[in-house]
Design a binder for this molecule. Structure first.
Ligand code: ATP
Ligand code: MG
Length: 434
């Protein structure tokens, strides 16, 4: 036998059993985006490496050590996208979508980061991404959070907490940065190796340290919220006020600085304690300077990204069921004549019951074996055609889940009869408890 090949570490196969959870998250998000007026857009998985270096920032973990970058056959330096915002902004500029326009957009798909794989942290992972361009005020900051909060409700996810902070303008941040460098430099001996490295390149990221030993030092550091410029202060206060008006509870976390350089003013993160070390489920913020940085007209923007693996992990941890839709009907065909008539009959049933699921038996088998398969399929009804039924143009209908008496109907009345028996199928799941 030939040697078996394996998937790349940190890149997962999603088997059919897991897909109902993914589909539930994706269809819920798709519905909500439509409800809020966000339009879907899709961009390539591969971009010029430069796009991410410029937007995410040279001194970030992502660009320094997590990107999958390579030279293609033409000698171009390319990267697999580690996140979606940079590509969306590049595309929006390229297609003139931002010129005197406002855009509410969303996208989703695989992202790639060369991290150490562990529960909730993978090298290929998947995000759903929400972005709004051209809205400078704090109201949209509250709206994008409202949308995410509704998504959790719709999926039945509880126990997420929302942390918010403001990073101010780049100027305010530069001033704060000097204060921070002074604080940490005076305590250099207490810094871990990572933080010492960040002290030169990106001192704000020290606040984001995941090392518990750094906690006390970080807690004692000067706070960015105390160094905000007046306009950012007003923006933040109004944002908090608007958010409170929506009834969504939030905690101001002065340590929340986010791992990407491009954020300005409002930043936020939905967190959980249910996924071990991986606490961020959905993160985002305002990035008013990014469009200009990538060559567009100055355009305010805000967005968030959620990790689908983590959202699915939360649903599973909370015991939220994502039922795989069972077929409504299993068609049992016993005999050559029955098989020939049955395939055509199955099509008529699918015409009459779109979306309900009509599973036709394949590869023959005894009547008993077929009834076993019918039961195992989860179908509500077995529609049974033997050679005798085929000769008479009828089918027997047996309920597989109730004791209801078996019925016999002609092929002409069968679609109508079954349509009346099978409840209308709602395709998307909804665990909204209200
Ligand atoms: P973390 O602090 O966990 O590394 P992050 O700040 O790097 O997260 P973002 O870049 O903001 O994450 O990405 C948004 C979301 O994508 C995160 O909140 C998380 O749910 C998810 N995510 C990020 N990196 C991974 C990964 N390697 N595997 C799975 N999901 C991820
Ligand atoms: Mg990260």
């Amino acid at each position: 036998m030939a040697e078996k090949l394996q998937a790349i570490r940190g890149m997962n196969d999603l088997l059919a059993d897991q897909l109902p959870f993914w589909q539930q998250v994706e269809s819920a998000a798709r519905e909500l985006f439509a409800d809020y007026g966000y339009r879907e857009m899709r961009v390539p998985v591969v971009e010029h490496a430069q796009l991410f270096q410029r937007s995410i920032g040279e001194h970030t973990d992502i660009v320094e050590r997590e990107m999958y970058s390579f030279e293609d056959r033409g000698g171009d330096r390319l990267s697999l996208r580690p996140e979606a915002t940079a590509g969306l902004v590049r595309a929006a500029i390229e297609h003139g979508l931002l010129h005197n326009q406002r855009q509410r957009l969303w996208t989703s798909g695989p992202m790639f980061r060369h991290e150490r794989p562990q529960q909730g942290r993978y090298r290929q992972f998947h995000q759903i991404d929400c972005e709004a361009f051209g809205y400078p005020g704090p109201d949209i900051d509250a709206e994008v959070i409202q949308l995410s909060a509704r998504l959790w409700r719709k999926l039945g996810i509880r126990d997420l907490s929302l942390s918010v902070n403001s990073l101010g303008t780049p100027d305010a941040r530069r001033r704060y940065r000097a204060v921070l460098v002074e604080y940490f430099s005076a305590r250099r001996a207490e810094l871990d190796a990572d933080s010492r490295r960040r002290l030169e390149g990106n001192p704000l990221r020290i606040l984001d340290s995941k090392n518990p030993a750094m906690r006390a030092l970080v807690d004692g550091a000067p706070r960015l919220v105390d160094h905000l410029d007046d306009e950012s202060r007003r923006h933040f206060d109004r944002f908090l006020d608007l958010l409170a008006g929506t009834g969504i509870a939030a905690e101001v976390d002065p340590r929340l600085v986010r791992g990407l350089d491009y954020y300005t003013r409002t930043v936020f993160e939905w967190r959980t304690t249910a996924l071990g070390a991986q606490d961020a489920v959905c993160s985002g913020g305002r990035y008013d300077g990014l469009v200009e940085l990538l060559g567009g007209e100055p355009t305010p923007a805000i967005g968030w990204a959620l990790g689908i693996e983590r959202v699915v992990g939360l649903m599973q941890a909370a015991g939220i069921a994502a039922a795989e839709a069972a077929p409504a009907i299993y068609l049992v065909m016993s005999g050559e004549r029955a098989e020939r008539a049955g395939l055509a009959l199955a099509e008529r049933l699918r015409d009459a019951l779109p979306g309900a699921g009509v599973l036709a038996n394949m590869e023959g088998g005894s009547f008993k074996a077929q009834m076993k398969r019918a039961d195992k399929s989860g179908a509500a009804y077995a529609v049974i055609v033997g050679d005798d039924e085929a000769a008479r143009g009828v089918a027997a209908v047996k309920s597989l889940r109730t004791g209801a008496a078996q019925q016999e109907w002609s092929w002409d009345e069968l679609p109508g009869r079954l349509a009346a028996l099978v409840p209308a199928v709602g395709v998307s799941g909804n665990n909204d408890g209200r």
